[in-house]
Design a protein. Structure first.
Length: 201
């Protein structure tokens, strides 16, 4: 899109200059009707203006869509993992846009971090129920934890106190947490599977 708009702009400028040269050097001695050239110049100008406006509208629309995204989606951190000093793989070099939460360069790095944390909950803290996992992920002093637990358990089709192996439920567990954290789950399965796969690297 950018290339075609640039070419059109160059063509419009060139035609405009040619028309000015024509008017300066020949209009005073020629009686030939130059309306055709004026018409081309005006038409080209309109196309250039339309192309430029379309580009601005496209950029503006995408800018606002990005700004209005939930914080976790905007940060490529769909689990809303807080900054704790851990140097996660895929962290953006510039973290200045958010003082509390990690910013990742790509969503699958954020999902990878979620997988690492969930596996650590099980292996290091023996958290093997939805209630135990979510109570640590989203503590009650920050979240409506009980509702969070119920929603995730319902998504996994287990009771909140039922013991599970997180790897057996990893895909639906990630989707349920992402939905709860952001109000939507926008990622296709391939992105989540990439995040899970990269957790082993």
């Amino acid at each position: 899109m950018k290339s075609s708009h640039s070419n059109l702009l160059i063509a419009g400028v060139a035609l405009g200059l040619a028309y000015l040269v024509y008017r300066k050097h020949y209009a005073s001695v020629s009686v030939e009707d130059d309306s055709w050239l004026q018409e081309i110049a005006v038409t080209t100008q309109k196309k250039v203006t339309s192309a430029y406006t379309g580009t601005v509208d496209f950029v503006s629309r995408n800018f606002w869509e990005r700004i209005l995204e939930p914080r976790g989606i905007r940060n490529n951190n769909p689990g809303n993992i807080r900054r704790t000093g851990t140097q996660w793989r895929g962290m953006a070099p510039d973290q200045s846009a958010d003082d509390e939460y990690v910013i990742f360069t790509d969503a699958f790095f954020g999902i990878r971090a979620m997988v690492k944390i969930l596996r650590n909950y099980q292996s290091l803290y023996d958290l093997r129920t939805v209630e135990g996992i979510i109570s640590r992920w989203a503590p009650s002093h920050e979240n409506p934890t009980n509702a969070y637990v119920e929603n995730v358990a319902r998504s996994l089709q287990v009771s909140p106190q039922q013991r599970i192996d997180v790897d057996d439920f990893m895909m639906p567990l990630l989707k349920a947490i992402i939905l709860q954290e952001n109000g939507k789950q926008p990622y296709p399965d391939r992105v989540i599977l990439d995040g899970i796969a990269w957790a082993d690297k």
